[in-house]
Design a protein. Structure first.
Length: 334
């Protein structure tokens, strides 16, 4: 209604201005332009003040690819899937369903980091992101299993309301391994192949699930490849991806325990995050030094990376914490 009123007001401007002196006319026209900027969808003023949401994609796949290659270490499989999934989604004028990806791997392997890179690239830098990126922490938002019915209603209302306001909304669920059983199934209607639900189109929304569950299976698979003297880059993605759904479906600590999202194949991509080796942790230390404005210290990088490479106890091939504690170790050493 406000938009229609503004439009009608602008239509009357040419008929009113002849009766006004030049100064008044200029002020009048300036006010009309301000009204137009405020109420016209997509205008720079409206976007800067009201944080508008546009159906037009601002995601640049080549820039995202560069960010992932330069900032994420040891995750060639995850980069490959994420880029492929987002590229297909961006190039579809009207996706048949929301994009749903589930990230799996040990802590510190980059699941949260990759999700933040996606969020940063999804919207233009000058448009505030806080209204379009919705991060749910299980520990913070769903702490009591006894309140699961209330959480289901709240979660449905939150997703419905935010997608109504911004079709290109991003929903990130972290700590899925601690989510109360059955809660995530409450959003199942929004993830399916439906044109609209009660007049709301969900096809442009993106859902990311971050889960430590499945990490042991991924590490076991990678370790077996290493013991057979095969290169990390030779790990077959399809075989690894096929292990994850069964593993988390039968895992009571996955958040997807006997979940209908898996039964009905509503998760588009299961993204494995491999355990990090010495060379990858070393790169994390190098990057942390750079971000802190410190000079590269080869001895320090070696010291921290060696100390964090602790699994298995005999081979000490992987870091059981990934790069999780690199920042604190660097801060203590510089």
């Amino acid at each position: 209604m406000k938009l229609l009123n503004a439009a009608g007001f602008l239509v009357l401007v040419p008929t009113l201005t002849p009766a006004l002196d030049p100064l008044t006319t200029s002020l009048f026209m300036g006010g009309a332009a301000a009204v137009w900027q405020l109420f016209f969808p997509g205008s720079w003023f409206r976007c800067s003040i009201l944080e508008c949401c546009s159906m037009r994609d601002t995601l640049n796949i080549s820039v995202l690819k560069t960010d992932l290659e330069q900032k994420v270490f040891g995750q060639h499989l995850a980069r490959q899937i994420v880029l492929r999934a987002l590229s297909a989604n961006v190039h579809s004028r009207r996706p048949k369903k929301p994009l749903v990806m589930s990230f799996h791997g040990w802590t510190g392997t980059g699941k949260s980091f990759v999700s933040s890179i996606i969020a940063e690239n999804l919207y233009q830098p000058d448009i505030p992101r806080r209204r379009f990126v919705h991060h749910f922490s299980t520990v913070l938002h769903f702490p009591h299993a006894s309140h699961v019915h209330l959480y289901k209603e709240q979660l449905q209302n939150w997703i419905r309301g935010n997608v109504s306001a911004c079709p290109r909304s991003l929903f990130i669920f972290s700590e899925m391994d601690q989510m109360p059983h059955g809660l995530i199934d409450s959003i199942m209607p929004f993830l399916g192949y439906r044109k609209e639900i009660n007049g709301v189109y969900y096809g442009r929304a993106i859902f990311l699930f971050l889960n430590n569950a499945g990490g042991d299976k991924i590490t076991e698979f990678a370790l077996d490849y290493w013991r057979r003297q095969k290169r990390r880059e030779e790990i077959p993605l399809k075989e690894l991806q096929s292990l994850i759904p069964e593993e988390i479906f039968n895992n009571k600590n996955s958040g997807f325990f006997h979940s209908q999202l898996i039964q009905k194949n509503l998760i588009d991509y299961f993204v494995p995050f491999l355990p990090l080796e010495y060379k990858h942790v070393r790169e994390c230390v190098r990057e942390e030094l750079r971000l802190g404005g410190h000079l590269e210290d080869e001895d320090l990088m070696t010291e921290i990376a060696l100390a964090m490479t602790d699994y298995p106890s005999k081979e000490r091939l992987y870091s059981s914490k990934g790069c999780k504690t690199v920042a604190s170790r660097v801060n203590l050493s510089v």
